[in-house]
Write a protein that binds this ligand. Sequence first.
Ligand code: TRP
Ligand code: SF4
Length: 349
Amino acid sequence: MGETQTAANSKNNKKGRIVTGMRPTGKLHLGHYLGVLKNMVKLQDEYECFFFVADWHALTTKFDSTEDLIENTKNIVLDWLAAGIDPDKCSIYIQSHLPQTAELHIYLSMITPQNWVERDPTLKDLVKMIKTPEGDSKPNVSYGFLGYPVLMSADILTFNVDYVPVGIDQVAHIEITRDIARRFNNIYKTDLFKESKPLLTNIPMLKGVDGQKMGKSFHNDIKISDDEETTAKTIMKSITDRSRARKDDPGHPDKCEVAFEYWKAFASEEKIKQVQEECIAGKRGCADCKRELAALINEQMRPIRERRKYYEQHPELVDEIIKKGDEKARLEAEKVLQQIRKTVGMYQG
Ligand code: TRP
Ligand code: SF4
């Protein structure tokens, strides 16, 4: 989206409506912060935004282990608020607090052909997260799990949005949503549903410190909520130029697999250039370089972490924010649902 469209910043001059959700699977890391949250912070000024925690989607794979669900849900909201997502600019809500989505899921599930959900490519990866019962060869895939893309369509169509900010892995789901919306419009001879488009976040994801995909299950991530010492320790583990033996050997920033990538993600152009030049000239030892990198990341994350601490210490504020977000979301969702019930032909009373 163009930087130039600043006129859209005024409240009643937004570029359209957006919804996006995240499954509550744990605390968010710096990859999420740079790749997703910073983008959400920007979008909230330009669009009418609905941001929600997809706790029903968490149940599709974790229906039998819900002990962390409440904590994980709160942690997502804390990470969002920490990052600067502003409840005065957008609606932050919990998916399971919006009965309209559940209702729409029923209408959509009636018109979605079975083979559309069965061939959903993204579900094949998610299936791996479902426990396989002992002595069984297949995981326990439920009816609700198969409905994953239909529920996601319901999230999107509950607000009849223009755009859905997602990573590339979710694009197939937005396509199913579009097919379902089109089918609904055809069946009920209406133009009620818009064709929601994906808004791709094109910022490359940050690698884990070991060079693999960043993720909590690999113990290679830095959490938004980590303290400075933990952050520094993790950064010190990050992979550098593997061919470099001594600290005054000339280094190769382009072969510095992780540390230099982090420099590029966090530092100014000027600083990146300086690091690069000193590294190539053999004037920068990797340990010192990473210590400095850790200090920079900690400095940038400090206000974010302080904001997170503040909300952690004021849980009643977070509850209030969610309550307000739920209400705003319900109000808008109800408007759309009224049209949907009528269009489908339900008895209104
Ligand atoms: N499936 C998405 C994910 O795993 C989360 C999600 C659920 C979502 N419903 C949504 C994203 C609606 C965008 C819009 O990342
Ligand atoms: Fe990477 Fe810095 Fe070492 Fe160069 S000095 S290889 S940029 S960690």
